[in-house]
Design a protein around this ligand. Sequence first.
Ligand SMILES: *Cc1c(COP(=O)(O)O)cnc(C)c1O
Length: 392
Amino acid sequence: MTDSPNPIRRGPFPPSASRPVGTPLQPSVVYAAESPDALDAQYEGRARGYAYAREGHPNADVLAGMIDGLEGAEGGIVTGSGMAAVAAVMMGLCRAGDHVLGGDQLYGRSLRMMREDLPRLGIATDLVDPTDAGAVAAAIRPETRLMLVEVVSNPTLRVADMEGIARVCADRGVLLVVDNTFTTPRGYRPFDHGADIVVHSVTKLLAGHSDATLGYAAARDPALREAMRVFAITAGLTPSPFDCWLAERGLYSFALRYDRAEANAARLADHLASLPGVTRVLYPTRPDHPDHNRATALLGARGGNMVSFEITGGRDAANRLVRAAPQIAFAPTLGDVATTLSHPPSSSHRALTPEARAALGISEGFFRVSVGVEDIDRLLGDFTTAIAAVGR
Ligand SMILES: *Cc1c(COP(=O)(O)O)cnc(C)c1O
């Protein structure tokens, strides 16, 4: 049979004298080289090219280059999730016998990696209060390899003593790893303040549309960069072209989205504080924030898009509030274009005992808002209605 009704030989891509304006999506898993010599040239760095998508593809490189630009980094890698980026740092750079420090209010999965997975692999860990550089200094051991810290904590929005920690880490030869997901390079650029490594959950504000799960990691030292890259390839932490393509598109509006969401968040924080029934509002640039001075020194007026608040009345009141705001997605994520509401006691912090939550200041009436870019008057109105419903 020569005239196959089902041809599987792929024809050439239609040629075009003009070039596409939008970035082409390239989902190909494999790349055909011209010859074994050409493949050698590629692997030996004498020619640029791709071979296999787990080892790299154009859409990942385009996205990584854009985030490098925002962070003032070079040679960053995009990973299949934010946690894949954290894993690339930990597994790519640490060995059994090392000691790792983490902030005590890190993202839940990062905490789990510190508490369960690293110790299982022979890497000792300790969690310390990142608002206290003295406590960080006291926890450092001769074998401490790195410290992972988030600038603004979840969900109480405490601001870490980044200057103090950077000084202590530099003095003691500890790599400073900053998870910059909440602050984003628009609020804080860790490499300008002594960080050695920056990681992101690109899933959140950078991509911004809740439709792509991705991460990013970059190191100042090329040797560390290469170690993370090789481990990410070996462990398959690398991203899908489609996700990279979506995130790239999201990134073009990142600055506009961030600025708008931040302005909305500052307005919402003040509005919530004015409503009867709201007992506490947390927002870094408000004068009543526990780290207000440090927030101002570190972030200036950039308070970010996250606001937390507390109401009285326990779980019943929390249920009433969420039900009275059906237009605001009750979802434990952040950084979407639309405002989302989360309730840490029933989601991110549900594994903690009520006593442990109370120690962090998280009651059953505690909510965290990831503020989006919608019309501010509408947003304020939604919260006015939702909070009024609590008292009824
Ligand atoms: C969401 C998040 C992560 C994990 O990112 P994923 O993309 O969900 O894997 C890590 N750190 C912070 C601060 C986050 O908010």
